[in-house]
Design a protein around this ligand. Sequence first.
Ligand code: NAD
Ligand code: AKB
Length: 325
Amino acid sequence: MGKDFSKILITGALGQIGSELTLALRRRYGNENVIASDIRVNPPAEIAESGPYLVIDVTKPESIRQVIIKNDIDAIIHLAAILSAVGEKDPHLCWNVNMNGTMNVLDLGVKYNLKRVLIPSSMAVWGKGIQKEMVPQDSVLKPTSMYGITKVAGERLCDYYVYKYNLDCRGLRFPGIISYETLPGGGTTDYAVEIFYEALRNNYYRCFLSEDTVLPMMYMPDCIKSIINLMEADFEKLEHHSDFNVSAMSFSPKELANEIKKYIPDFVIEYSPDYRQAIADSWPRSIDDSCARKEWGWQPDYDLQSMTYDMIKQLSKKLNIPILV
Ligand code: NAD
Ligand code: AKB
């Protein structure tokens, strides 16, 4: 167990996960050793000023290749992607970014003999015919969203590169990620972040999922921890590679709203399900992550209560809306 790579490239680094992961990895491995990249040209000051930032479009392999060569990159964390809700609005874009981006990263990983490639998957891999409660590691994968289809194909592709080319490629199936730094990028679980902003600003939230839609979720500190732990895990001890189930908590919009009401008693939530309800209905209610626990020691720190407490505390500071916590 430990770090055997020295220069990391992060794609999609300005997104919900990347913007926090970049800073966490810079603190851990050194500012100059973590190169952030995204298709967007204007990074926020925190990213631009704390280390290298480059523009990369992952659908263009040459733009990734140049950065690998010029910076002696030996590990890539590939976060650039189109998420489920945006993917349903533009399935071709979703296919192009998620599939071609992943294939480009994997091909370059082989060509330049990279020590590690990590590519997150998602609970969107599941769909028809699944066990809804504690969906097991190895189970039927028949997603109905374009995003889910690209995530299943991405997982299979990564495992193919492990076996065919001996590339050290790893990945985890994240549930919905909740955070207060950067807004989520257009997924079905985005409600679980929006609700905090609206509760604090307006005491009111109209939720696009129905009140009893239970979904697995994870707080950002656990997400960052899981990526670092898997990046540093001993390859020899891994039986799975690109598709580790990881989980932390599960709740419905109603249960989350009730937790928020402990801090904002006047908070009112109403429900107006839209096209994202069908996506949520195709996903599991909870996830069995025993393989990740056994193979690389996964253990979440946050549950619904501790996540809600911290979200309210951090966001009330960020938005300058005093709340007693
Ligand atoms: P995000 O949508 O917040 O960020 C994705 C980033 O990719 C954006 O900054 C965007 O500008 C960038 N991007 C889009 N097209 C690009 C291109 N062609 N080239 C380069 N960059 C491009 O996503 P995220 O939430 O940070 O997710 C990161 C990874 O984690 C994705 O693979 C996603 O599927 C996975 N994941 C996220 C969640 C979640 O709840 N956030 C849950 C499960 C899995
Ligand atoms: C989404 O809702 O699309 C993402 C995910 C679970 O992959 N948050």
